[in-house]
Design a protein around this ligand. Structure first.
Ligand code: SF4
Length: 320
């Protein structure tokens, strides 16, 4: 499969079939916590990155292979920002119509200021935009957007979308120690969130390797502060998301590359997932992948994370 992965068991979406409609790390932001590494180069080009029909046909095939009853959501998630694909609205509608399954969209929300993009997402059953800051300065520090984007434009887009959308709107906040977990930052964020009026706010921590090595997850007191300032709309969701369905893979190397090419994973978690499908083969496969340069290890929080070779982190030698 080129554009579809999983289903992956997700705490929020149950069995989620992922759709990745754009090439690796195509994004208009360069978040300090991005688990896919730094955005190089940052882009705001909206285009048909991969053919829309081919993507939807692959979703249909995956649904047939795994069985419709085994999938709760088809989730457009992307190795970057999925709304940069010009066919996002068409794909959402076609996936719903051809599979009968509900669609979720995980987005940074940056393009919601554009009326056509808001209209494109209306048929989705749930939309999960990011909002990590309540001020322009902090937005620039955390999300490091393409120069064309302003915080005001981001918030205006979210407020407009919330007013037009009938589905579930779940805002995702990544809490970073010393950046957006202070009382002042959280009060700013609470003010903006109250203008948007989402159904839920999901508090997350950067648990996979962040692009910048200095990024640390907010400590427990920061999470408690966020819960108390943001109120009952906020729910804590942190830790790494669930297991992978790997029945379509005959080869352990291909299975590893498919997983870590989309989401870096700690060695412990990766080994646990893979041993269930390829007992006794995992350690040698990882050693071979590292030796061949097709995968590499990023160390964070005292843990080893495996990532695809084309992902760049602040401590990747060539980028220091
Ligand atoms: S976290 Fe999402 S929005 Fe931020 S740089 Fe990574 S892909 Fe883009």
């Amino acid at each position: 499969m080129n554009y579809v992965f999983g289903p992956v068991l997700s705490r929020r979406l149950g069995q989620s079939l992922g759709v990745d409609p754009i090439p690796q790390k195509t994004c208009n932001w360069n978040c300090v916590y991005c688990q896919l590494g730094r955005t190089t180069p940052i882009t705001d080009r909206v285009e048909e990155y991969y053919p829309r029909e081919a993507i939807v046909v692959e979703v249909e095939e995956a649904v047939r292979t795994h069985g419709r009853s085994k999938i709760d959501w088809v989730t457009f998630v992307g190795s970057g920002e999925p709304t940069l694909h010009s066919g996002i609205g068409w794909m959402i509608r076609e996936v719903k119509e051809r599979t009968g399954l509900p669609v979720a969209v995980i987005t940074n929300g940056s393009l919601l200021y554009i009326p056509e993009v808001r209209r494109a997402l209306l048929p989705a059953g749930v939309v999960l935009p990011s909002l990590d800051a309540g001020s322009e300065a902090l937005f620039r520090k955390i999300n490091r957007p393409h120069p064309e984007f302003t915080f005001e434009r981001l918030v205006d887009g979210l407020v407009s979308f919330s007013g037009e959308y009938d589905g579930r709107l779940w805002i995702e906040v990544v809490l970073i120690s010393g950046l957006n977990d202070s009382e002042e930052a959280l009060r700013d964020l609470a003010e903006v969130i109250s203008r948007i009026g989402p159904d839920q706010v999901h508090l997350n921590l950067p648990t996979r390797p962040p692009a910048e090595s200095w990024v640390e997850p907010a400590p427990e007191e920061g999470i408690v502060r966020a819960r108390s300032i943001l109120g009952d709309v906020a729910h804590v969701f942190h830790g790494v998301e669930g297991t992978h369905e790997l029945s379509g893979f005959d080869d352990v190397v291909e299975a590893i590359l498919d997983i870590i090419g989309r989401h870096p994973m700690s060695e412990k978690e990766l080994t646990a997932v893979l041993e269930a499908w390829f007992p006794g083969e995992v350690e040698d496969a990882l050693t071979d992948l590292a030796a061949s340069g097709r995968a590499h290890v990023v160390e964070r929080y005292g843990d080893r994370f495996w990532s695809g070779s084309d992902q760049t982190y602040s401590d990747t030698p060539a980028d220091n």
